[in-house]
Structure formats: structure tokens, C-alpha cells
Design a protein around this ligand. Sequence first.
Ligand code: GLA
Length: 750
Amino acid sequence: MVIEWSPETRELHLRNDLISYVVRVLENGWLGQVYFGPALADGRSYGHLVPGEFYGFSNRLGEAVPLEYPSGGGGDYRIPAVAIELSDGSGVLDLRYTSHRVLKGKPATPGLPSTYVEVGGEAETLEVLLTDAIAQIQVRLLYTIYRDRPVIVRSVRITNSGKTWAIVRCSMSASLDLPDSDWELISLSGEWSRECHVERNRLRPGRQSVSSLRGASSHQHNPFVALARPNTNEASGEAIGLSLVYSGNFIAEAEVESFGTTRLRTGINPDGFSWVLEPGAEFSTPEAVLAYSAGGLGGLSDAYHSLFRERLVRGQWRDRARPVVINNWEATYFDFDEARLLAIATAAKEMGIELFVLDDGWFGERNDDSTSLGDWQVNLFKLPGGLDSLARKVEALGLRFGIWIEPEMVSRASRLFAEHPDWAIGILSRPRSEGRNQYVLDLSRPEVVDHLFEVLSAVLGSAPITYVKWDMNRNITEPHSPTLPAWRQGEFLHRYILGVYQLYDRLTRAFPGVLFESCAGGGGRFDPGMLAFAPQTWTSDDTDAIERLRIQWGTSMAYPLSSMAAHVSAVPNHQVGRVTPLATRAAVAFFGVFGYELDPTVLSGGERAEIAGQVAFYKQWRELFQRGRFRRLLSPFEGDRDETAWMVVADEARAAIVGHYQILARPNPGPRRLRLRGLDAAASYRVSVWLGAGGANGAATGPSILGGDELMSAGLVLDSGRQSATRGDFQARLYVLEAIEGANSPEVAL
Ligand code: GLA
């Protein structure tokens, strides 16, 4: 890893063995972008790659010049990275290279979650200072390169060194100019209960984007996009990823301009945003993670999974095996008492489950979703001994105990709202909109954050609580805070998220042993910003195994299995009414952080035994499921969408588990094979089939010892056709591959 500066060519080259990122100071002092892609040799100049001839204006650079941090109004008509309104009302910037320095490691971003370094020498950071001499605006561009990751982490700090105010109207975390537009834009889009569906569309001239204006990253679009070549698939081809470490309003946008080049940008959504910079003040953007893969979308996912798992998630739970939980939400909803919860916990313990989560309804007078958010005192009618008594009884059964909270909210019917009506977000002269009968608390106000820290600390300190599900069930309307002056209201939504981060930071520091899981009606805020505090996220409120194939496939584009909570629930499924076999529900949920969301006391003895087998199987392979390399094999978004397959591979490819899912049974199917990936080509694997019922392993079709080369090149023979057709719809098969020791080879194929 090296960050090289050439004073002759005025080029900066960030390089490791996987990637290069090259920028150049142009003749007029602007910072030009030269290259991002596979590693290039150091010690050479690459400045000639970018246009020497400037189109358009004689005194300004024209459209096709690739720039690092472009602004508008000066001859570049593409989407800007930065827009600042100056005190004379103008908005033209002339940001010229002033200096640069290289820092060991990686500085944190004030108030914002960020990726980090742990070991000396694992990363270096380039800081380039650009200055507009007339407005006295300074822009610092930060670029971190890790020694052995194909990623560049970018962020920006803007300082007003002038004597009058300036207003930041747009400040992207990263902007990337690519020399062509032969790309497809991949985004993860959807809705509540169908999050992260993969959209893939050819780039066309003009702008195309995904974004959020909801005050959260949203169910509708995830703050992750990728560009892939038309021939890029899971295993091969070029892809560039762009992920924003942020949980609020974002934009990720591509623009193809008239010379066929592409500009890609991501950052806080400029719509509705502004930030006033008084003289001397600084604004920091969230960080963006750029990744490059020549090994297809699978390679891109590897880069994000390992970075997020190892250098974004923090705290004790980063490297610890995550417990198998049972959550009472779909079992009881609001209707429970201590006896009912203990009956569920008792049955769960008998099946090997490790942690009981008490979901919504334990506090205030909450018997439905119309009251009590904000009143974080236990409901003594339901739980006469309080949380402590329940938690201790659960502990005595041999399970750990966790709770659900929704700290950012307040119900109109609550003591908190009666005492502090102005703490609910709204505009004083207008009615507030309710969503799920609740308002959002104004976390831009320090006193609200302080209050929540105190009451939640009291709750977490009141009982042996080792897990917290932090929910957020509605988006923000009427964004406005009475504590901000009129000209600062554009800061509100960003300040809200900064307040959320501050509360998360204080609580996770105060309770370092607690495992936090974030949630926003499922995946409404599944983003890297949340992962910096909560190592796992409730992936979706939809627990239907078939819909989950799509949700988990899409989510895995950017996020590791250790971040994706996935539970087995009852049938008919509560979201879609579908009836799927118990084995299929587990075979999908295994590929994540596994748990249950049902009432085991109403299950038959046979079903409970089956679940005990599932839990034992997951525990046996937990390390592989939570930390292995995920490989997507057959997409639920392509072809006839009737089949999905994926696999997870252990370090050094000593073991792997393949999941194959047949959605609708096919009459009279022909013989079929599935080509696997990521195995050791020279190893021999013992292949067995996990049959679900009873948890026993059965024999695979054909010989049970197979070569890694054959499994990857010829494929795994799937269950023979006719048999599989008569098993009915929604069938899953898991294949367990274990390398036979002694037959290993050091070469591991990707
Ligand atoms: C949200 C969550 C659910 C559950 C309910 C409780 O919808 O996503 O898992 O916790 O809230 O009200």
C-alpha cells in the first residue's frame, strides 16, 4: 500500500495490490480525476489518460474533464459534488489545489459513524486541501486506502475561513467520473416487507438516481448502488460499488453526459438540505465506500462484507457468535403476561434456543399500537414483577434475555407527550401527521437525547438485559425544530440523524455487553451507519421464506450474513398467508443470524423436535453461516424466477453449505446440476444432504465424495428430477460439504 506524490506530474496515486486511485492537479489548479480500477504500477505517470483538450469554454474546463470534487456555474454542467451559497448570493466556486498530506491510519469523522483501523499500518489516508481564494472556503478531501482491501473510503470537510456566512447546499461524500457509460446501474429497491429487490438497468443519457427524503435511509432504496458491465455476473466481470455510511436522507446518482462519460455521486440528499457555515465553522460529510471488483458482483460483495464486518461493526459483539433468539412478536403481538412469555421461553429452551426477546408491549399502557411510546416504564399489569423478575426467570431457564425499544418515538397518548408536546417533531402552526399513531421525537435537541439516554439507561440497568432490538417505525413529516432559527431549518434532518448516532454511541458505550439489533419496520434503515452501532439488523418484517429469498439475496449485495437477522415464523405466514414447509423456512433463515418468531407452545411434538434439529444444525455450523464467504448462485430475480441457490464457504474452503430452493414444483424436470464456487479445486469433499426433519443428514444423489474441481466445473447433481417434482412447492435442499483432511491443497479457487 502506498500513496505516491509526483511533484513533476502533480499526480497522487493511491495503490495497493488490488486497486489504484489516481488524481492529478490540472493546469488551472483544479483536482482532476484520472483513474479508479485494478492496480497500476507505481512510479509512472497516468495524467495523459484524461482529456488534454478542453471542450466548450476557453477560460474554463469543459464537460468531459473528469474532476474530483466538481461544482457548478463554472463550465461544468454535470451534477455537482458541492454547491455553496456565498454571502453575496452567488454560488460559483473555484476550488484549487493548495496542499496535501498523508496520514497513517484513518481519522474518525466527528459525530458520524465510520470505518476504522485497528492495526498499525493497515491503512493510510490522503488529505487534499482545496481552497477558493475569493470566498475563503476550504475543502478537505479525505481518501483512505487499506493495505489489502479493494476499497477507497472518502469523505469531505468544508471550512468557512472567510469573514461572512456561507450556506452548504450540497456536499457529496464522493463523486467519481468514469471514462465511459457502458455500465448497468444496480440498486436495492422495494417497500416495507419487500426490501432490497435487485434492480438492474442500463445507463442512459441523463441522470438516474435512487434517494430518500424520509429522514431514514428507507425501505424504498438502500444507500448502496453498483455499476456493472453488461456482461458482469456474480462470478466475473467488472463492478464498482458506492455505499454511503449514513442513515438519513441520501442520494446515489449517475449521470451520463453528452460525450458518453459517467459521473457517479453519493452523499446527503441535497433536496431540502442546507447547512449554515458561520466564519470558522466546519461541516463534515458522512463517508462513502467505493469498491472495485474484477471478480463480478460476488467479488464486490466480498469487499463490502469483510470491511463492514471487520472495520465498521465495533464492540464486543463484532467477533462473537450471535445467539439463536426467539422473539415473541408474531407469537403474541401485544397480548401476553409473564406466564405466557415464560411458557414460550421454556419451550424455546427445550429446543436449544439461547435468547428470549420480549418485543413491543411491555411498557406504559401499551396493549395496541396507539399508546405509550416514550413511557419506558414496565407495565406492571402484564409483568407484575417487572423486567428484572421476568429476566431472572428467563435466565433461570438457561436463556438470556432481551427487549424491544423504539426510543425515537412518542405516542400522542403518553405521559411523555403530555409533559413535552414540543419534543415531537412538527411545525407549531400546523397539525402534525401521525404515522402508526405516533410522532417522532426531535433528536436534534440535546435535551431529548439526554432524556432518552437517562430513561433507557435506567431500563437497561434494571434487569439482566443482554440484547436490545431498537426499532423505528415511521418516517419524519413536517421536519422542523423550534430550537433552530429559520435559516437553519435545512439542517434539521441531518441534525436528527446526528442525535440518533449520539444516543446510540452513548448507550453502546454505557452497555458494552449488550448486543444491539437495529430495525425500522424491518429493513427501513438497513444501512452501514446503523451497523457501526448495531452489528445486526432485522432484515425485514416479512418472514415468508419465499419472499425472504429475494430480500436476503438483495441485502447480501452489500451486507454480510452476520448483519442480517432472519427468523423462522409460523404458517400461514402473517405477511403473505403462504404455507411453506418448516424445513424450507429454516433453510432460508440459516443464511443470516438465525432465530424464531413463533409460539412454540402451540406446535406439535414433531414440529418441536424438528426445530430442535434445526437449532442444533445451526449451532454446529454457526461460525460458517455468520462468518463464511457468501456466494450467490441462482438469482430469484432472473430467469423464470422459480429457483434460487446460494452457498456459504468457510475460510480456506474446508467446508461449505449450499442452499437450493425450488419455488414452484416443476412437472417432469430433467436432470440438473448446480455449479458451485469458492471451493478448493484440489480438495475432496464429503457431500451430504440436510433433510430438515429430525435434523439428520442424508446421502446426496450419486457418490458422496466429490472433488472441488468437479463441483465447480461440472456442478453438483441436484436431486433427481421426478422425485423432486412430487415433493410439492416451496422445497429447499441444503448440501453440506466437508473437505476430507489430508486431501487438501493450498490453492483455493475463487
Ligand atoms: C416493527 C418491527 C416488528 C415488531 C413491531 C412491534 O414493525 O419491525 O418486528 O417489533 O414493530 O411493534
